[in-house]
Design a protein around this ligand. Structure first.
Ligand code: ATP
Length: 228
């Protein structure tokens, strides 16, 4: 089985001409099937940029980045859109839509699949919300939920379509210690039970224990890969 993420010789720079600034240098990284990998490092070291390249949210410049069996170097926007549908994304500020209920926010992730009728989408969303401990909160808008509950909705949304990979950017940064720890463990348990690999950018030393492996970045390079 090929690794869900396999990167080598990846370079990336922002800006052009005299303003060109390299932010990723000769990055190599593999994430194995079912593995939970945390990406840490100082602010500005390039973690988010790397995550957005892996998530096909921006185009590659140099090197190789294979995600779920597809090479992203040279991939068209259409190919990138298609790959993004196989990835569950979770961000720090959860990106839930305020005018939709928790259930509708989760069901939205199933809308790309026209074969799933709306009633079934809402049912699957409800089951997923129950699985993340939010039974009874399905019909509330995000504003009526706590920060930790909102991140649980974001986890449910990221996983409901059974993605091949989850990419998370600082999902616990806005949470207190207890809810941050709960959310991180929930995400790990949900992904592990489904065999879904996770790559998570985090500054949060309180959640390092969820990792199979911690990878550190500094100044655009991977400097250390340790088994947690
Ligand atoms: N759109 C952009 N245009 C120009 N420079 C950018 C852009 N996005 C990020 N950068 C710069 O690239 C470098 C890497 O940023 P990146 O966000 O990837 O780092 P990070 O490790 O995720 O940082 P943080 O932990 O603060 O989120 C930083 O110096 C940042 O200022």
């Amino acid at each position: 089985m090929t690794d869900p993420i396999s990167i080598s010789g990846l370079n990336y720079a922002y800006g052009e001409g005299e303003l060109r600034r390299p932010v990723l240098r000769d990055v190599g990284l593999r994430v194995h099937a079912g593995e939970v990998v945390l990406l840490t490092g100082p602010s500005g070291s390039g973690k988010t940029t790397l995550l957005t390249l892996i998530g096909a949210l921006r185009g590659m410049q140099e090197g190789s980045c294979r995600v779920l069996g597809r090479e992203l170097m040279g991939a068209s926007e259409r190919e990138r859109v298609r790959l993004r549908r196989s990835i569950g994304f979770i961000f720090q500020n959860h990106n839930l839509l305020g005018f939709l209920t928790a259930r509708q926010n989760v069901a939205m992730a199933l809308e790309v699949d026209a074969a799933v009728p709306e009633r079934e989408r809402l049912e699957r969303a409800g089951a997923m919300l129950a699985a993340v401990g939010l039974a009874g909160h399905e019909d509330k808008p995000p504003a009526k939920l706590s920060g930790g509950q909102r991140q649980r909705v974001a986890i449910a949304r990221a996983l409901v379509a059974a993605p091949g990979l989850v990419l998370a950017d600082e999902p616990t940064a806005a949470l207190d210690k207890v809810s941050g720890g709960e959310v991180a463990h929930l995400l790990r348990d949900m992904a592990k039970s489904r065999g879904t690999p996770i790559l998570m950018v985090t500054h949060d030393p309180r959640i390092l224990d969820i990792a199979d492996r911690v990878v550190s970045m500094e100044d655009g390079r991977i400097v250390e890969a340790a088994v947690a």
